[in-house]
Design a protein around this ligand. Structure first.
Ligand code: ASP
Ligand code: MG
Length: 265
């Protein structure tokens, strides 16, 4: 199976941009220009963004300044604001390029979770708001890392949780999922620490889950588990990379596509 030249049969694509990819106004505009190209080609696209690089840590430091006991509920209200900044800015940047776009927080996007504050799990996704955007020709720009629980409280999904948002949305919609980050793809070892580390053109879900559990930071473990369960075709590449041969696909040869899947618990 030639993984690098797979032609997709997916109905659309989720692009997830990590904190380093949206860390400055210039970077947000560069990402918007890239997303605009995809949107103008007629492909359905959902953008998921993380908070600007360092923002979540800054917010945690602010919270620690308030006293000893950190309320998990209040942490989630606070931490969810980081992603809210980037999605509104990204939607503005897209609109400025003539691409209709709209930001959506987790709850606006129908992402329901359990009530386990700061480490919540997605239980259900109602894709109505996304479908509504598509029907109006609007690009949805979704805040990663957050949802809403049964009490209407904001929850967050754990550090690195924007990957999970992106893959869960792709599974719900039957879309492919591209994760754009500050490395070229998945390496056999950390290239900054290990001489001779080799970039992989493809990795199986199981190997990627092992690598994530053993500390590879490139993808959050849970996102790969969801990708495996629902057969989401995952691609990891550097932020503005256009040449897919430069990145890494995470797939299973016998992946069973279950495009109507909605529950992730
Ligand atoms: N902003 C959150 C974090 O720093 C979530 C994410 O970036 O995926 O962990
Ligand atoms: Mg990450």
């Amino acid at each position: 199976m030639q993984l690098v030249n797979i032609t997709s049969t997916a109905k659309g694509v989720v692009h997830k941009y990590g904190g380093s990819s949206v860390g400055t106004p210039e970077k947000i505009k560069a990402v918007a220009a890239r997303v605009a190209k995809v949107a103008k080609s007629g492909q359905r696209i959902v953008v998921v963004a993380s908070a600007m690089g360092g923002m979540t840590d800054t917010l945690i430091a602010l919270a620690k300044d308030m006293g000893e006991v950190l309320s998990p509920r209040e942490m989630d209200v606070l931490l969810s604001t980081g992603e809210q900044q980037t999605v509104s800015l990204m939607a503005m940047a897209l609109n400025a390029l003539g691409v209709p776009a709209q930001s959506l927080t987790g709850w606006q996007c129908g992402i329901r979770t359990n009530g386990n504050h700061t480490r919540a799990r997605i239980t259900h996704i109602d894709t109505a708001a996304l479908e509504d955007c598509f029907s109006r020709g609007v690009v949805p720009v979704v805040a990663g890392f957050q949802g809403i629980d049964g009490h209407g409280d904001i929850t967050t999904l754990g550090r690195g949780g924007s990957d999970t948002t992106a893959v869960a949305l792709a599974a719900s919609l039957g879309f492919d999922c591209d994760i754009y980050t500050d490395v070229d793809g998945v390496y056999t070892a950390d290239p900054r620490k290990t001489a001779g580390a080799r970039k992989l053109s493809s990795v199986s879900y199981d190997d990627m889950i092992d690598m994530s559990q053993n500390g590879a930071k490139v993808l959050e473990t849970r996102s790969v588990q969801i990708a495996k369960k629902y057969g989401v075709k995952l691609f990891v590449g550097r932020s503005l990379c256009e040449n897919r041969a430069e990145g890494t696909y995470i797939v299973a040869e016998a992946a069973e596509m279950k495009k109507t899947a909605r529950a992730f618990l």
